[in-house]
Design a protein around this ligand. Sequence first.
Ligand code: HEC
Length: 106
Amino acid sequence: MNSIIVSMAVTAGLITSGHTLAVDMPVEGKAKCGTCHAIDKSSVAPSFMEISEKYKGDKDAANKIATSITMGGSFGWEFGEMPAKGLGANDAEIQSLSKFIANLAK
Ligand code: HEC
């Protein structure tokens, strides 16, 4: 199962590698969040950049974002509901993705 997810992430990476983004989605983000989230474009969920803008200037941004990811649910974006921990991110991945998101809009 995990190897399927990894190979899907690798394939997705190959398909999108033609684009030059200023920042690229971390590997665990591609695998466990990328189905719904992109860095700079909203689709079925707000982009990570928009989320970063929401918390811009908040010293506690990374912690608040980590709590949102861990709990899942809806946060007032009106996109619907996010599954708790996305597609099975562990605590270490949630911490690093939260810092990544918090730093995008700085
Ligand atoms: C199945 C789709 C799906 C997956 C997978 C998913 N999300 Fe979400 N996420 C959403 C939706 C939908 C929302 C917006 C909910 C709303 O309308 O308020 C959201 C909102 C968020 C928010 C906003 C929280 C806030 O406080 O405003 C963050 C941060 C976030 N996601 C991070 C992640 C991360 C990191 C992952 C991977 C570990 C992930 N998401 C995986 C669907 C998803």
